[in-house]
Structures are given as structure tokens and as C-alpha cells.
Design a protein around this ligand. Sequence first.
Ligand code: HEC
Ligand code: HEC
Length: 337
Amino acid sequence: MRIRFLIGLALVLIVFTQCKDENQTVLEKKYIFQVPMGFSEPILRKDNPITFSKIALGKKLFFDPILSLDSSISCGSCHRPQFAFSDPNPISPGVKGKIALRNAPSLSNLAWHPYFFAEGGSPNLEAQVLGPVEDQNEMAFSIVKAVNRLKDNSTYNQLFQEVFLDSPSVYTTTRAIAAFERSLISSNSKFDKYVLEGDKAAFTPVEKRGYELFISDSLKCNTCHSGFMLTDFSFQNNGIYEIYEDPGRARLTLNDTDRGKFKVPSLRNIAFTGPYMHDGSFKNLEEIIDHYASGGKNHENQSRKIQGFSISEEDKIALVQFLQCLTDSVFIGNEVY
Ligand code: HEC
Ligand code: HEC
């Protein structure tokens, strides 16, 4: 009798827990943030847990022109997936043919950025969303008006209810987009295999030579483009101008010693993110190597690490080939986006 009762109880428990599990899988599979090998812990936010449905909503918003004044431009118009979420235009066109301030950077591994924009003016991804929506040269709208449009849209209302149990608001809209952005992880390059995963067969001898040059004492590229992101996130003047039209970091600090300093960009997927530099003024990687080899234009804030060097044509080819090893073709070709 007792045994039968226990078996009965066990069955009830099993069915109950299975139901619960099934319900969970029907509702949502748990999103587990995968930290790639050799990466540090990402900067995640407790008040914005990532879920699959939130990523899907954020993605829909990212590619929807509804957030711009005349519904003509989405985040994805300037951050295009096939260019690692950058723009092949030197300066991206915003609404009504206006032009943005800078070259649109690639968006990958944003969960590891300590701040955003070339002068570091935005502290987190949730806050960053307001920048392009409100920028008169980009989406030229207001986040409040954009959210009102979402409220008037029955599909969005339903989706926000499903994801947040809440209606579209500035809070929920910025959180959905930020969650999608944190899910953009690029870690499938030859660089990842060779340098971070230790697969010594991943580079050809020429690519290996290029890597040795990149980290060499004479080129010093990795003193700024360091670590798994190929940036130390510092602000540096890399000497591309004598006179900077764009004040760079000084735009934020109003400090003359910050003029012409920009956040060191990640070089991941660099072969796909041209044209280069904050203003898109460099067309290709060879030009960039020539710039560093020349020792720069000697602006008063130019980093002392940029001293110039001599490099043979053969080594230049090797360095370019190494830079091409930073391409993650899975990321660029990913249908998921
Ligand atoms: C008109 C083109 C344009 C549109 C539209 C646009 N962006 Fe950008 N984005 C840029 C440019 C240009 C920059 C660089 C700005 C800077 O550094 O000051 C940038 C920078 C960023 C950054 C910072 C990257 C970094 O490395 O610091 C993020 C994140 C970003 N955009 C996300 C978005 C999101 C989300 C949207 C939509 C809500 C959006 N962008 C819409 C052009 C655009
Ligand atoms: C003193 C720090 C520093 C050093 C050393 C340095 N860079 Fe840079 N690099 C920067 C900064 C800062 C930028 C962005 C400047 C801008 O936006 O105008 C940049 C931009 C680039 C870009 C363009 C990135 C993009 O998305 O537009 C490439 C490619 C690049 N560097 C490669 C190299 C190579 C190769 C070396 C070694 C020969 C090197 N860098 C050495 C600081 C540095």
C-alpha cells in the first residue's frame, strides 16, 4: 500500500515536472551567453536578461525603419550585416540625404565594449540607442515619438507583451535592441583558432609572418590593437591629420590634449569594414600600413607609439594576409541575422 502510494506520488511528480519543463520549452528555451575561448567575461546587465524572444524583438526593431522620422532608415541601413554591421559608405546617409558625423563602425562583440562611440560618450548599449534615433543627421526622430508609433502598431504591442509583459516604452524598446546587439558575437576567425584556441595549423607561414610583424617591437600594432578584441579601448591619436576637423575625445572632455583621439577600434572582420578610420578616409589596408610606416602627420597629441618603420613589399603582403585572418565568415554570412 505504502509502496503503491510512493510510486503514485513519484509518477505525479514526474508528470508534473515534465509538464513544467515542457511549458518552459514551449514558452522559451533558456538563452545561455556563450563566452568564446580566450575572451574575458562580457559586460551583461542584470536588469536586462537576454532571452531568445527579446533578441528576436530587438532584431526586428534594429532592421525596422519605423524608428526614423520619415520611416526611411533603420539601424541596419548603416550597420549592414554583410559588412560585419558596418557601412561601405565613408559617411552614412541619414534621413532626407543628411549625412552622419562619422563612418559607421562594425558592430560585433559589443558585450565586451566598456563604452560606445569614438569619443566614448555613451556608457552602455541601452543608453546608446537614443543617440542614432535622436541624431538630426541619422534617424532625426525622438525616442518618445518612435515609441508612440510602436504603441500604435498591433504587432509590436503583442510582441512587447510576450517579451516584457509590458507595452512598448523607452525602457523596453532600448532593452530589446541592446539584447539583440549583445547577441552579435564574432569568434570564428583564423585568429581565434590560432591565437586564442592554440591551433598552430590555423595560419599559413605567410599569415604567421604577418602576425609576428603585427606584434613586433618595430610595428607595435598590438600595443593599441591588443587582446582578443584587438583593441585596448583606450583613446589615441594615431596621427592621420595635422589638423583634425573632428575633435574626437575632446568633443566630450573639451580638453585640448584629447583632440584627435579616438577609441582604438577592434580590428575584427577588418577586411569587410572599409573604408576606414573615424571619417572613412582610408580606402584599403595597404594605405593604412603605409600611413603607420610613414610615422604619421605629427599632430601634437599623436601617440609616441607611432614612430614609423620600414617594411618590405613582401612583409606588407604578409601583414595584410594576417589582417584578413580576422575575418569570421560565419558571422558575416550568418542567416540568423
Ligand atoms: C545614419 C547612419 C546610422 C544609423 C541609422 C545608425 N547608426 Fe549606429 N553608428 C553610426 C555612426 C556614424 C556611428 C559612429 C558614431 C560615433 O562614433 O560617434 C555609429 C555608432 C554606433 C554604435 C557604437 C559602436 C562603438 O564601437 O562604439 C552602436 C552600438 C550603434 N551605432 C548602434 C546603432 C543602433 C542600435 C541604431 C538604431 C537605433 C543605429 N546605430 C543607427 C551610424 C548609424
Ligand atoms: C597608438 C595606438 C595605435 C597603434 C600603435 C596602432 N593603431 Fe591602428 N588605430 C588606432 C586608432 C586610434 C585608430 C582609429 C583612428 C580613427 O578612427 O581615426 C586606428 C585604426 C586602425 C585601422 C582602421 C580601423 C577601422 O575600423 O577603421 C586599422 C586597420 C589599423 N588601425 C591597423 C593598425 C596596424 C596594422 C598597426 C600597426 C602597424 C596599428 N594599427 C597601430 C590606434 C593605433
